[in-house]
Design a protein around this ligand. Structure first.
Ligand SMILES: *Cc1c(COP(=O)(O)O)cnc(C)c1O
Length: 227
């Protein structure tokens, strides 16, 4: 079973990265990025012990959540960009949304979450260049954060980013460090704690852990290449 072998390798690498950086293994959530993967593969990952799954598209996610509804201990996260017209469904089905990045989206999240009496957990996605068309620009982050603080039905727990791809892993480190600094600046300025940094993917998760990641989003290294 290839997923199990992949999982064991990833798990070992996570543990080593934690050791290198003096962190506890429990501080880092392994989230399986399961976009395009069929439910059979998600179940194989579940059998390995993975309980966090991240989907990119609301519709695709909802279908899988429906099929797997008896697995009540799965935490479903939305990690892809969110269109305003999908918010109604996203709020109903996802525990956390990693891609909060603009005021009109915040308004819609507030409206839809309040309708179902939910406080929606989210992360603000920061845009670090071309790699993602989503995310708020660094210079607009504080304003967006302040705006969300006025909303009763959205709880921001940290930041997320997809840095550019580099062959040399040391080149990505400054981006992870930057995201952590941005989080710390918000914590200081607004006198609160933001527990999460969602950063690190298949090719760079160890560096992300060394720089403070609490959620690594891993697809290819776990499931193999996407079709
Ligand atoms: C697909 C995806 C991942 C996982 O990417 P891999 O390189 O396959 O590990 C992580 N985060 C987001 C937002 C994604 O869309």
């Amino acid at each position: 079973m290839i997923i199990k072998e992949n999982y064991e390798k990833i798990e070992e690498r996570i543990q080593k990265a934690c050791q290198r950086s003096g962190r506890k293994r429990e501080e880092v959530i392994l989230l399986a990025a399961s976009k395009t993967q069929p439910v059979e593969k998600i179940l194989q990952a579940y059998q390995c012990g993975i309980r966090y799954f991240g989907e990119n598209r609301v519709q695709e996610g909802i279908e899988k959540i429906g099929v797997l509804k008896e697995y009540k201990d799965i935490h479903w996260h939305l990690i892809g960009g969110l269109q305003t017209n999908k918010v109604k469904y996203a709020v109903k089905y996802f525990e956390m949304i990693h891609s909060v990045d603009r005021e009109d989206l915040v308004d819609e999240l507030e409206k839809r979450a309040s309708k179902i009496n939910k406080v929606q957990e989210g992360l603000i996605e920061v845009n670090f260049g071309e790699e993602s068309k989503f995310g708020v620009k660094e210079e607009d982050l504080k304003k967006l954060f302040e705006y969300i603080l006025t909303k009763k039905h959205i709880k921001i727990l940290g930041l997320m980013a997809i840095p550019p791809y580099f062959e040399n892993l040391e080149d990505v480190r400054p981006f992870f460090r930057k995201l952590r600094q941005l989080k710390e600046e918000l914590e200081k300025e607004f006198n609160l704690q933001l527990p999460h940094l969602s950063m690190g993917m298949s090719h760079d998760f160890e560096v992300a852990i060394e720089e403070g990641s609490t959620i690594v989003r891993i697809g290819t290294a776990l499931f193999g290449e996407r079709k």
